[in-house]
Design a protein around this ligand. Sequence first.
Ligand code: PMP
Length: 376
Amino acid sequence: MSIDYQALAVAGVQGLMPYQPGKPIEELARELGLEPASIIKLASNENPLGPSPVALAAARKALEEMCRYPDGNGFSLKAALASFLKVSPVQLTLGNGSNDVLEVIARCFAGPGDEIVFSRHGFAVYALAAKAIGATGVEVPALEWGHDLDAMAAAVTAKTRLVFVANPNNPTGTVHGQRAVRRFLEKVPARVLVVLDEAYCEYLEGNDDDVDGIALLKEFPNLIVSRTFSKAWGLAALRVGYGISSPEIADILNRVRQPFNVDTIAQAAATAVLADSDYLERSRQVNRDGLRQLEQGFEAQGLSWIPSAGNFIAVDVGDNAGAVYQGLLAKGVIVRPVAGYGMPRHLRVSVGLPEENARCLEALAAVLQDQGAARG
Ligand code: PMP
């Protein structure tokens, strides 16, 4: 007798569509018979600078210890982070990427029958995390592509356990300032946890009203801030992120995370890179310049885009975005389609090095011209 294993999966998992990552360079190289070196990938919001030499040296050294389990408490990394962020180590929860932290939060605080609120065009993992644990995802309509914080506060019901706010948000790049976030937190009841996902906060420009979730923790004990080493710190492959919260919430999260969720090499590289302020500054500068370069290129092509506070930008390429994406792939340029985010006219372009941005813009112009000609 054959068994329907699909039917055995828990209800939330049965309908789950896995997260769609950016297409890897090696995969496109295999598919099109191209040299990997001829392909550029601006699809996963990675740091185009390559890793910090300081992080690389620390990771190489840590490889010598690969036969041993990692420090399950992440003592050195937490100490370095605590001093960098001016918080206490007991407020920290380390994760296998901040993605891990987001999922652990969902598992700790919500279950079947509970509601988790997030925004339309918001980061995809919130809906996935809700579904996987059998909670009900409540998607709130967006306002000018961004989170409508008033509507999100109003969407909180007696069943709501968690609200996810990506700030800046991926893939729209929209951001709310500190005053707007504080107003929002004042409206959310203290029994509802709010996760401020600040994966891209290092790219903020240093304005007075820039959001800083950590500064709000004292006022709002129901707040959890999540951050990552994957973007501005250039360690995406090593998978290191963290949550910052009250010690009480951190204690709960730390009970549920896997005991060795951040490996030795990742811990060493992350600890070391925090001292490389030069690298962080270069990351920010390359991003600032790259965003301007892409905006100017889009402008020259008569395309509109969503102003971005992240290391990526969503550009409106018309009603044939799927074909434009394919056309770019054929030219060895990988960007990210975002139709799955309810943005069928946009493509998300991660900021690359100047020559990568230029090549992307050139390929985009050629593909749009070909398509225009084909349509006559
Ligand atoms: N939050 C947001 C808004 C993101 O865009 C991403 C990465 N795509 C993450 C969290 C997770 O990143 P990581 O797991 O690499 O920290």
